[in-house]
Design a protein around this ligand. Structure first.
Ligand code: SAM
Ligand code: SF4
Ligand code: SF4
Length: 340
């Protein structure tokens, strides 16, 4: 047995154990967020993954069962917009009852949620929902998220709090786009038991024409939030991407995700499974490992398990740590495909 495979744990070249998988269940979305799927590129001519090449729920379950043997504990269902995939509750149910994962969560733009849908997701075993919320301004939604849909967020927030006890939100903060709304978003979300997370705008994929001058650093955000609220830093798991602060006299916390200014590669325990069954060991990778082809061959289980161990043990990704100091030749894959 290799030194970096100990029963149910597999460790990469930078001493990071595998624990967490983000699954992109679809590369399609009903939004066109400028920072993720800008409408000039993700238009009617864009080639999405064909139906034959999309992993079935059975295949996803089988992959998770194997990954559990090397340490998988948590899964996040994402995309694209995960609620566009039919019967997603059935996948969640099996992940909880057959694979018996500790935690199954979902990130969604919320546009396809209703009280009934939230209740159905809870009943299926989903542990938490993270809602993407970039603006409270109805006119700005069409600019940032590329949707004309007029959200009435209030009932949705109440419903998520009622069924899941807490609402988690993600806001990608972009300079001169929505950085003036940070305090308004906190004021609004503070009416609920909530974890209000702000994400530094990242250079994922090649489509969003990322401009580093549009990044608002978590440090500067924290300074302005501190002017309005009394905050107390909270303890977080070492593998957590967010640093967290409790807002005094409230049931809410702030989370700051600083992939650009304070990278957290040294504790990165996650892999990503693309909609067409490729395993990626970094969000900013150019290539994934073709798991689906192995799965669709005879007697694949043992082969696939060995492949998983090998992939993780040879992993040395730390893109965010070296973002500004190294040159790369190959294009990065898009976030909607690899799973945000
Ligand atoms: N469609 C779902 C949603 O928007 O919640 C799930 C997929 S989306 C790719 C997952 C998360 O990635 C969202 O919270 C989104 O804000 C974040 N994201 C997408 N592009 C990003 C970027 N360039 N920088 C930072 N976060 C980004
Ligand atoms: Fe769609 Fe989510 Fe990407 Fe926005 S961030 S375009 S909602 S996948
Ligand atoms: Fe993990 Fe890659 Fe992000 Fe670093 S850049 S935290 S290795 S996904």
């Amino acid at each position: 047995m290799s030194a970096n495979f100990v029963a149910n744990t597999v460790t990469d070249k930078l001493s990071r154990n595998f624990e967490y998988l983000r699954i992109s269940v679809t590369d399609r979305c009903n939004f066109r967020c400028s920072y993720c799927m800008p409408s000039d590129i993700f238009n009617k001519d864009y080639s999405y993954i064909s139906q034959d090449n999309i992993l079935s729920y059975e295949e996803i379950i089988d992959i998770c069962k194997l990954l559990k043997k090397i340490g998988l504990k948590k899964v996040r269902i994402t995309g694209g917009e995960p609620l566009l995939r039919k019967n997603i509750d059935k996948l969640i149910f099996k992940l909880k009852t057959e694979v018996m994962l500790d935690r199954v969560s979902m990130t969604t733009n919320g546009s396809l949620l209703s009280d009934d849908k939230v209740s159905e997701l809870k009943k299926s075993g989903l542990d938490s929902i993270t809602l993407s919320l970039d603006t409270l301004d109805k006119d700005k939604i069409s600019v940032i998220n590329g949707t004309k849909k007029n959200f009435n967020l209030m009932p949705l927030l109440e419903s998520i709090e009622k069924h899941f006890n807490i609402i988690k939100t993600n806001t990608v903060v972009i300079k001169d786009v929505n950085d003036d709304e940070v305090i308004d978003i906190i004021n609004h979300m503070k009416n609920f038991k909530s974890e209000i997370r702000f994400i530094e705008y990242m250079d994922v994929g090649e489509s969003n024409k990322w401009d580093p001058s549009k990044v608002v650093s978590s440090e500067s955000l924290l300074e302005s939030i501190n002017e309005h609220y009394s905050l107390k830093q909270m303890k977080t798991e070492t593998s957590s991407t967010a640093k967290k602060w409790h807002i005094k006299d409230s049931n809410s916390s702030i989370g700051l995700i600083s992939s650009i200014t304070q990278p957290f590669c040294s504790s990165c325990n996650r892999a990503r499974l693309s909609v067409d069954g490729k395993l990626f060991t970094c969000l900013f990778a150019s290539n994934g490992f073709d798991i689906k082809s192995v799965m669709r061959s005879d007697n694949y289980e043992e082969k696939l398990l060995e492949l998983f161990k090998k992939i993780w043990m040879e992993r040395s990704d730390q893109y965010s740590q070296i973002r500004f100091s190294s040159k790369r030749d190959l294009p990065k894959v898009e976030m909607s495909y690899i799973g945000g």
